[in-house]
Design a protein around this ligand. Sequence first.
Ligand code: COA
Length: 176
Amino acid sequence: MDDFRLSLLPVHTEPAVLTRLSDLVNEVYAEAEKGLWQDGATRTSTAEVAEMTGAGQMAVAWLGRHIVGCVRVRPLDDGTAEFGMLAADPAHRGRGIGRDLVAFAERHALDSGRPVMRLEILTPRSWTHPSKEFLAGWYARLGYQRTGVNAVEESYPGLAPLLATPCDLVAYRKHL
Ligand SMILES: CC(C)(COP(=O)(O)OP(=O)(O)OC[C@H]1O[C@@H](n2cnc3c(N)ncnc32)[C@H](O)[C@@H]1OP(=O)(O)O)[C@@H](O)C(=O)NCCC(=O)NCCS
């Protein structure tokens, strides 16, 4: 089987690729965050993905000519970067795409002079979600430490009305 390769998406990427990418993220998150959002809420849009790509923040995994994963990495301050929108195509899980995307984001942060990586996991407040439990364990294995918890209604008041259940954003940090 062909191996996948990772790259930062060029700032000027054709619209069809951006649409494919936003469809992938929405499909993956519809499943991974099932029960957290009200019907009709989507994780992203082609316009938002275009903006992140235009800012040089979107890395993708290619399998031949197909995008099979992505991660967004952005600077937060002089010493800190954050990754998010991490997704791997369900048809290609468990072959290292997710792990390599995280490593790519970490390298990108270090290359830009930021030795600290941060991330947040959206987590239901009063019940456990299997895919969030998996992430908490996996990020801990990758060296991330839990640093705090913020209610979504405080951090992103605009998003809170779209939630189907009260959620927190659990923050993690790693010194790279
Ligand atoms: C998180 C995600 C990107 C991982 O993608 P992936 O390509 O399957 O990841 P990898 O193949 O690199 O495996 C990652 C880890 O999961 C483990 N894993 C993979 N498939 C597994 C399975 N079926 N059962 C148990 N563990 C599994 C691997 O062993 C690996 O752990 P390790 O690094 O300690 O060895 C993917 O599950 C996903 O898209 N999830 C939904 C979106 C999401 O939750 N994003 C993160 C939001 S913060």
